[in-house]
Design a protein around this ligand. Sequence first.
Ligand SMILES: Nc1nc2c([nH]c(=O)n2[C@H]2C[C@H](O)[C@@H](COP(=O)(O)OP(=O)(O)OP(=O)(O)O)O2)c(=O)[nH]1
Ligand SMILES: [Mg+2]
Length: 126
Amino acid sequence: MLVRVAAGIIVRDDLVFIALRKSSQHQGGLWEFPGGKCEPMESPETALQRELKEECGIAVTEYSFFKTIAHDYGDKQVELCFYKVTKFDGEPVGSEGQQTAWVPVSDLPSYDFPEANKEIVADLIK
Ligand SMILES: Nc1nc2c([nH]c(=O)n2[C@H]2C[C@H](O)[C@@H](COP(=O)(O)OP(=O)(O)OP(=O)(O)O)O2)c(=O)[nH]1
Ligand SMILES: [Mg+2]
């Protein structure tokens, strides 16, 4: 099962907004860049806008493509399209009750992310 996902690296100054995945979710208990699955035929850009509205309550107004990562978790194959989100309307929150945090980019390595995110975190702290 290949799942296409769009995720936003929401940045403000030197801080990044991250969220904790619920324990009931795939890769639960790990931190993530908010986002979610693309619907059939939906572009990742549209999915990014929709997911960040649903999960964080923000309207994305400026973003740029960062990187695509393909990863096989064994039980699930994901293709993650990461976007850097540089402007948005509203203040990001955990709309679905998820724990969230604004963290300095340099602190990202001290948070546990899914395996597929390791390369992204490494790129961000470069
Ligand atoms: N959102 C997000 N998902 C990630 C990241 N890293 C990573 O491996 N994933 C994986 C976990 C999931 O298998 C998949 C994303 O699914 P999701 O659970 O966010 O999807 P969704 O928001 O549509 O949620 P749902 O309605 O299906 O519960 O991608 C990440 O940084 N952000
Ligand atoms: Mg999600």
